[in-house]
Design a protein around this ligand. Structure first.
Ligand SMILES: [Mn+2]
Length: 293
């Protein structure tokens, strides 16, 4: 494991400071994992966590919709897990780190990095919680058993996660024919069937166990609002549909943690970075407001 030294540029999520950013008292922990070893098309997901943290400094910390200031629960931003080791080793390191935080009863938000960072985080949650589903929002089914010589390639993320917990998949619109037999059709919500509609939300929430870990690949969004991903796919979800879904999910299930992966920042367009940061904050607002945590 190789750690780089100059990490001072990683600042606190939301630009909050003082006692609200101390590990001991914070309920929420942001874990940046700038890892991009196996991506196959547009590289740069290793810049994702830093871009989200930078953009989060421009967030308004009061959320109008929920009439809530979730940052008052405290948000601690970890130093990033930085490594150029194999995906297998990275996954082990992520699992160990997240497990340590869960033992301290933190709500962990993992920021990728490519989607393989989610494997270790989901493994930690599956170890720590009974009766848990993993909900994936993604353009891609990620169910390949192996890709380019690794079973921990980003294209295999959900294949690995499905070995430890039941999964549901939302927003899917791209896959390989070899993945067809692995799809569980009653737990898959294809983008073409759900875009522009809301009737799928109750069904998708209803197929989940009481505890839910959520893994979000930002390419689930339509590239018109989220162009900065490694593999943009047309025909994705819109902002308010995703928010309605995450709100209903938070009200009806115990969301135990989530990750957001695959932001591949663009040099001259910060819209995607801010959209990703806002998504983190909106989701936290829904989870903590509804549960009164
Ligand atoms: Mn994807």
């Amino acid at each position: 494991m190789r750690y780089i030294q100059n990490l001072k540029k990683y600042r606190n999520f939301g630009d909050i400071s003082g006692s609200l950013t101390e590990l001991d008292s914070a309920r929420i922990v942001i874990l940046p994992i700038p890892y991009d070893k196996t991506s196959t098309w547009i590289k740069g997901a290793d810049n994702g966590p830093l871009a989200i943290l930078e953009a989060s400094r421009a967030l308004e910390l009061y959320d109008i919709e929920t009439d809530y200031e979730v940052y008052k629960h405290g948000i601690y931003t970890c130093q990033p897990i930085v490594t150029d080791s194999s995906p297998e080793e990275m996954v082990r390191e992520v699992k160990k780190t997240v497990l340590g935080l869960l033992e301290d009863e933190k709500f962990v938000v993992t920021l990728g990095g490519e989607h393989s960072v989610s494997i270790g985080a989901a493994q930690a949650y599956a170890d720590q919680f009974d009766d848990i589903s993993v909900l994936q929002l993604d353009a891609h089914s990620d169910l390949r058993d192996e890709y380019e010589g690794s079973r921990y390639n980003h294209a295999c993320a959900m294949a690995r996660i499905s070995e430890i917990a039941p999964i549901a998949q939302v927003g899917i619109r791209s896959m390989d024919s070899s993945e067809k037999s692995k799809l569980d059709s009653k737990n898959v919500f294809f983008a073409r069937d759900i875009c522009g509609k809301d009737d799928w939300i109750d069904k998708a929430v209803g197929c989940l166990k009481p505890n839910v870990y959520v893994t979000i690949d930002l390419d689930m969004f339509d590239p018109s609002i989220m162009p900065a991903t490694g593999t943009p796919e047309p025909g994705g979800l819109d902002w308010y549909s995703v928010l309605r879904f995450l709100k209903s999910l938070s009200e009806n299930k115990n969301v135990v943690g989530f990750d957001i992966a695959e932001l591949c920042p663009m040099k001259d367009n910060k819209i995607s970075d801010f959209t990703a940061a806002k998504l983190v904050y909106k989701f936290l607002s829904y989870v903590f407001k509804t549960k009164g945590k």
